[in-house]
Structures are given as C-alpha cells and as structure tokens.
Design a protein around this ligand. Structure first.
Ligand code: FES
Ligand code: FES
Length: 169
C-alpha cells in the first residue's frame, strides 16, 4: 500500500536528488511534492517503513533523519536531501537482529507486525538518548505510536529487555 500525493506535477518539475539511506547513497528522480515514505518504499524498495494513517497520527512510517525521529508520510523527499536517513532496515547490521528487534521477537511484542518498525525506530532513538529509561519514560516516549493489535504491555517489556541487554554489553 502506498500513499500518493495526487497533485499533478509537470515532468519538467521532476528532479534528481541524492538520498543517503542506511549508509548507502541513492540517486532518485522525484516529483517536488513526493513524500519520503513513497520514495523509500516504491523507489528504494525499503518496505519496512509502513503506510498506515498517512496523516501523522500513528508513527508506523517513522524513520530517523539525521538521528531525529521523522514521520516519512509527512516529509517531502526533497527536504531529506543531504541528510542521513535510517530506516528500520538500517537498525541491524544486516546479518543478525539488533537487540531491540530481538527483544520484540522474544517478548511477543509483534503481533501483525504492522506497527513494529515504527516502534523499533522510536526505541532506537530512546535508548540512544536514555539507555536506562523508566517504564514511565518508555511509555511517554512511545505514546504517539499506535498499535492496532493493542499489545502495548509486551511492547513495553520489549523495550525494557532491549535496554537491559544494551546496558549489559
Ligand atoms: S503513516 Fe505516518 S504517522 Fe501514520
Ligand atoms: S502488532 Fe499489529 S498493529 Fe501493532
């Protein structure tokens, strides 16, 4: 499923931009009104970031842009040029799951899994800033992430476990 900005844009207004995603540089041709989420999913085939509400209310599309959580369903791709984008695919090293991903697996925090990439990306940011968050801090940090399967308690457990394992390293 993709989110489309249906406003018609003349081909002459398309431009080629350079995006740095998960450490790789990509040249992509985009419309000036094209959303970052579409470019990631449709042009770079990084489908981990999910389209759900499309209106900034669920965080399923969360990515990090220069280390800051960003809703890719609201961000124009052209505004991300020159910045470092990290998607959920870039959280692990590509061979083994990151501690956060493993913790979500171990605690059963992922049911249908649609919201999981957004939670993982937001947890990455949380643990970078605060390696030992309290439960209250975890809940506060993730309060904007919506899980339609409503498995919130397992998600909180996953974040606690990830924090413990990150600290133990
Ligand atoms: S899809 Fe972006 S906030 Fe819901
Ligand atoms: S696990 Fe299904 S929406 Fe969260």
């Amino acid at each position: 499923m993709s989110i489309e900005n249906t406003e018609v844009v003349d081909e002459s207004e398309h431009r080629t931009i350079e995006l740095s995603v998960n450490g790789d540089t990509h040249q992509v041709r985009v419309k000036p009104n094209e959303l970052l989420l579409n470019v990631l999913r449709e042009k770079l085939h990084l489908t981990g970031s999910k389209y759900a509400c499309g209106t900034g209310e669920c965080r399923a599309c969360s990515v990090l842009v220069d280390g800051e959580p960003t809703l890719s369903c609201l961000q124009l791709a052209i505004t991300a040029e020159g910045k470092e984008i990290t998607t959920v695919e870039g959280i692990s090293d590509g061979r083994t799951l990151h501690e956060i991903q493993q913790s979500f697996l171990d605690t059963g925090a992922s049911q249908c899994g649609y919201c999981t990439p957004g939670f993982v990306v937001m947890t990455k940011k949380l643990l970078e800033d605060n390696p030992s968050p309290t439960e209250e801090e975890i809940r506060d940090h993730l309060k904007g992430n919506i899980c339609r399967c409503t498995g919130y308690n397992n998600i909180i457990d996953a974040v606690k476990k990830a924090a413990e394992e990150t600290e133990a390293e």
